[in-house]
Write a protein that binds this ligand. Structure first.
Ligand code: GDP
Length: 315
């Protein structure tokens, strides 16, 4: 069993500059871990096996948060399946193998709710994994994430490495990607309403009927640190809020916050994706953790971040 996470632990946040990784860095700082190990993209390409091995052997972390990934919204996912599959597969395989070889105590692998079958019973329990076909629009990403969590389980069984895989619902928050071609729906809508302004029209994709569960990334980071601190926690666990909204409801909410006088038009030529992926969060609830940031509050703070960081947000 690995030692519990403490202020003196050697912690590596892989993917520290991304949406999830930067939230983990903020959350660790609150616990006194102010200088976790980090490596920029330029210094370390996690798709490269020998440099990943060498980096981990040199820095010898005790805890690893694996939040590095190639991610994107529905269009980016379906137009770059090779990148999404290859990058995420290599990152997971290289990091997990190097962690096992270097004797890392505990690894927290970040997955995604898209790993579950498209037609899984709602809310989705962890047991639904591999019981049916995946949603085609993000199949490549989902397969890579399924391999990551299965590889984690295999290293746990065969080599005794302590691995926890967390499956979050749709993430959003400060540091999100607001590029309209690549982003997920929530940051895309913030940007579209901001740019439409009063009286302008915002085009929202699809039918508005799909339901999504949005988890603020600070809640995710809190859940991961919570799991890292529990010596007995292991295996796979869903992390979400337990509630979802339709895309039409989300669009209304973002409109109210960002540009109440704007109008909404629907582009039905764009894909809806999976109809619903609400997570059953009872495992986390039973452990004593629940999400704290409500959707409206989370959208407001993300909107504030967007306005305060024009350079980063509007790349
Ligand atoms: P998904 O959860 O993997 O499907 O990822 P997204 O966040 O990209 O999309 C969620 C839903 O929002 C889908 O039904 C999209 O069609 C819909 N949507 C509506 N407007 C937009 C938009 O401007 N950008 C994105 N990415 N999705 C949008």
């Amino acid at each position: 069993m690995s030692p519990p996470l403490s202020a003196s632990s050697r912690v590596w946040v892989a993917g520290h500059s991304g949406l999830a990784g930067s939230a983990i860095v903020r959350r660790l700082a609150a616990d006194g871990i102010t200088q976790p190990l980090v490596a920029s993209h330029k210094k370390l390409d996690l798709r490269d096996q020998s440099s990943t091995r060498a980096w981990i052997a040199r820095h010898r972390p005790e805890f690893v948060f694996l939040a590095a990934a190639t991610v994107g919204g529905i269009l980016d996912n379906s137009s770059r399946p090779a990148d999404f599959l290859y990058d995420n597969l290599m990152i997971a395989a290289n990091v997990l193998e190097a962690c096992a070889t270097s004797g890392v105590g505990k690894v927290l692998v970040l997955g995604s709710s898209c790993i579950y079958p498209r037609d899984a019973a709602q809310p989705i329990r962890e047991e639904a994994l591999l019981t049916g076909a995946l949603e085609p629009s993000n199949e490549a990403y989902a397969i890579a994430k399924i391999v990551a969590l299965k590889l984690g389980e295999a290293y746990r069984r065969q080599r005794g490495m302590h691995v926890i895989s967390a499956m979050p619902s749709n993430l959003y928050g400060p540091g999100d990607n607001f590029d309209l071609e690549k982003s997920h729906v929530l940051p895309a809508l913030i940007r579209k309403f901001a740019e439409a302004g009063p009286g302008g029209t915002v085009t929202v994709w699809g039918s508005g009927k799909p339901r999504r569960e949005f988890l603020h990334v600070d809640d995710l980071a809190d859940a991961l640190v919570f799991l890292a601190k529990r010596p007995e926690a292991g295996g796979m666990v869903n992390v979400g809020t337990g509630t979802d909204v339709t895309i039409a409801e989300l669009a209304e909410l973002v409109k109210t916050i960002v540009a109440p006088a704007a109008k909404i038009a629907w582009d039905s030529s764009k894909p809806d994706g999976t109809p619903r992926k609400l997570l059953d969060v009872s495992r986390m609830t039973a452990m004593g953790w629940k999400a704290r940031i409500g959707l409206e509050e989370g959208i407001r703070s993300t909107w504030e971040w967007y306005r305060a960081n024009p350079g980063t947000a509007r790349k």
